[in-house]
Ligand binder design. Sequence first.
Ligand code: NAD
Length: 296
Amino acid sequence: MTTIAFIGLGNMGGGMAANLAKAGHDVAAFDISQAALETAVGNGCRAAESGADAVKGAEAVVTMLPAGKHVKAVYTDDVFDNAEPGTLLLDCSTIDVDTAREVAEEAGTKGFLMVDAPVSGGIAAANGGTLTFMVGGPDNAFARAEPILEAMGKAVIHAGESGAGQAAKICNNMLLGATMIATCETFNLARRLGLDLQTFYDISSKASGQSWSMTSYCPVPGIGPQSPADNDYEGGFAAPLMLKDLKLAMEAADSVDARTPMGAKARALYEQYVAHGGDKKDFSGIIAFLEHGESR
Ligand code: NAD
């Protein structure tokens, strides 16, 4: 059993903290939302009065926060001055690579071991303990982080030094955003060319156009395995979160002078989709926007 402080009990963090408690860890939970905190207590965590209170006496600290500015604030205001040096710090939020590296460097100078460990998988995977973690940080930090992350996920992969977890996450999601758009516009074209879409799927899913967006998450209702398309594009991976990740990818590309024209186009299209009805839809719902210019 490890004493773990968990800060950020939202859509993702709530289920993750519950899985740590279920695995037998002593979880001191904190969120600025009282409702989120109460749910965590109902799931076996104990309530801390503040972030600072949660990290006192903890052997590990897990954070699952919205964005880089929240991560920086929580580590600067709550964690660094109140946790014991030597405590393992795990930030599972999706944030920009530069902030991840900056916070990890400060953690190192203050005597902490830190990993960035963003996740692939949505709310269902967080609740079910089947997330994939992409981890950046030194070998000794990864070795200590692995068993804690395994209690919340099905795969834990060491991506490299600090920031490498965030880099892997945004590279993967930039690829996903671009392939989803390409898959959607291809189905729209196939329909206009008079192809039966099931027949086109049967061909392309076994041919060189195949991708995860097509065969695991088909954006056309009734084709391929069950996906958000079969539920009016509800649930799944929300379009605003895809837009967030594409913005992070473009910032990262700028910072290293990488040319990513497809990523830039994907970002622009998701920006338009989110502004035209996609704000509460799954990211595959962009198929209707591409066809008609607005969400259904
Ligand atoms: P969320 O907004 O539901 O949860 C964030 C929580 O952090 C909220 O409950 C909020 O009250 C809390 N919080 C904010 N500032 C705080 C502070 N100073 N102290 C304590 N608590 C604070 O977000 P989410 O959907 O759980 O996502 C969390 C992270 O995971 C994000 O970085 C997101 O990009 C990433 N992510 C989300 C998904 C998804 O499907 N939701 C999938 C993969 C990755």
